[in-house]
Ligand binder design. Structure first.
Ligand code: SF4
Length: 127
């Protein structure tokens, strides 16, 4: 069964190094990351997804920064030539994110105001 992934999390997962808002959130993200190998089928989204479930910023099913992160999602979808609710495998999606955004030097214009941006910036050249 396909699982819902908000589009900008395709970037976050490309940089994930076991850091996050809390121990529970980080462990949850790690588990999702590992499960993607077994079940890579995704439905792309611009709202709360499988990763958001353990995030302390999710209140009543909606991110407290929904407007900001939805903008990230829509920019990722546009740059990758994809649509909300489109089904894709993690392999194909992560390749598009790497080629069209990270290696193309477009990541900072999407999420340069995220609190984790310095971590991701320091890893961009290695992706
Ligand atoms: S800067 Fe933030 S939103 Fe952008 S890839 Fe890194 S963790 Fe994700």
């Amino acid at each position: 069964m396909s699982r819902k992934l908000r589009a900008h999390h395709g970037m976050c997962l490309s940089f994930f190094e076991g850091k996050g808002y809390s121990h529970d959130f980080t462990a949850h993200m790690q588990r999702i990351w590992e499960e993607m190998r077994e079940n890579p089928s995704l439905i792309l989204a611009a709202d709360a997804d499988i990763i958001c479930g353990q995030c302390p910023n999710l209140k009543k099913g909606i991110c407290v920064s929904q407007d900001k992160v939805e903008k990230y999602d829509r920019q990722v979808l546009d740059l990758c030539g994809l649509s909300e609710r489109e089904e894709i495998t993690w392999e194909d999606f992560s390749l598009l994110v790497k080629e069209k955004i990270i290696r193309a030097g477009r990541r900072n214009e999407i999420c340069g105001d995220c609190q984790w941006t310095e971590i991701c910036r320091s890893k961009e050249k290695k992706i």
